[in-house]
Design a protein around this ligand. Structure first.
Ligand code: FES
Length: 105
């Protein structure tokens, strides 16, 4: 497990997402109300960027922009078809206003 500095907290305002690359691997960071979630950016169903999806702050889900599967931010589990496999999630640490992702490939 690698602790990777990814951005400053202020770089990802509340209610937004941003995609980063760690070792060439795309990871989307989502910010909801002071909590940060890190998920694989690529949908488990096909080629689509979850970081460009629709973020739901009430349900804590991200909706894939391509076919509409929604994924739980905390677990990466899909909540509706067509995706049926989870996307990987990563722990996020906040230290002195900076974000770190515990990355494992
Ligand atoms: S590519 Fe995400 S649901 Fe199809």
């Amino acid at each position: 497990m690698l602790s990777v500095h990814i951005a400053a907290v202020r770089d990802i305002p509340d209610g937004t997402a941003k995609t980063f690359h760690i070792n060439g691997h795309a990871i989307a960071i989502f910010h909801i109300d002071g909590t940060f979630y890190a998920l694989d950016d690529t949908c488990s169903h096909a080629e689509a960027s979850l970081g460009e999806g629709d973020l739901d702050a009430d349900d804590l889900t991200i909706e894939c922009p391509r076919h509409g599967s929604r994924f739980a931010l905390a677990t990466g589990q899909p909540l509706n078809l067509p995706a049926y496999e989870p996307v990987k999630t990563y722990p996020v640490q906040v230290q002195d206003g900076e974000l770190f992702v515990e990355y494992s490939s």
